[in-house]
Design a protein around this ligand. Sequence first.
Ligand SMILES: [Cu+2]
Length: 376
Amino acid sequence: MLMGTNLVNAQTPAAGTTEDAPQVDWTGVSYYVLLFLLICVGVAVVGKILKIYDLTLKIQGKKGLRWNNVMGFICLVFLLAGLYGAYWSFTVQGSMTLPEAASIHGVKIDEMFTVTTILTMIVFFLTQILLFGFLFKYRHSEKRRAHFLPHNNTIEKIWTIVPAIVLTILVVFGFFTWQSIMDNTDAKGEVAAINVDITGHQFAWELRYPGKDGKLGPKDFKLTTAANKLGVDFKKKSSFDDLSADTMYLPVNRAVRLNIQAQDVIHSVYMPHFRVQLNAVPGLPTFFKFTPTITTAQMRTRLDDPKFDYLVYCNKICGGGHYNMQKVVRVVTEAEYQTWLSHQKPYLTDGLRKELHFAAAEPQQTVSQNRLALNN
Ligand SMILES: [Cu+2]
């Protein structure tokens, strides 16, 4: 209480009345530093009291404190407090981990997480109980003689071979899961049909969808201008019908291939619900393929949250505006997706047409007319 009052006074020396005095920030760093120091002082005081008690016993001609018992008991307390801490962490913080998986491979990744967690937890609980339990059970006793065991090949073999087998299983399991994610076909053997370009720059994601031809035009960073933000190459026919989008719409149950790029520093495409994360590295185009399985509408019903939206974040601290680098992702039915797609603006804007000296945009302008303009 005294500490709390001091903190308030230190922060707001002018605070006069209790009404305008701000609430104590219990989560502040200084509070925890002071708490830690206080605990240290407390432990030191208890230690000194025990030492004095020990000396008093010796002065009186008695045997003194049995320190091995004190230490053994402390080990036992430490074990119980630690086990309770692990239990608390699972029950309280366990719910703060990843949300429900909404993609085919997401379920596989979760299985991997679960298996790894169970195996490592078995090892954790066994070793910690043995370590501190043995320290307590085999503390020094007058009635028992210590047995010196310098080496035991059987024990060495067991604790080398068993972890080696378990780790091999985990690594192989992870390898095959990763390979199936990176494979060009989805779980049904279907090749990713929808290509979406996602390009990161400080501080936004730019989305480009293919037009009616289903193909994204090629890009060349040297062609980047204010109007041609992504450096799309308009020497190729496939570039003309490409679309820009503000929201990432994805049809449910269809394999999507995200083509990932960065224009300045390293960013990271992160979509927690779909278990998608891959760095966007300048000069190193890469991709991530996944199949969403739960529509936004279904997820809203499941979570009982009509405002819920999937998001694509940046998960690499890339500068001052990093915290705000996100876009909404909507998983919809095939029909909704097609309707949405037909309403998206062309990447080739009027400004870009002017820059490239193309003929002005006409409502029904065809790709061949654009190519004509390019050739002139
Ligand atoms: Cu970022």
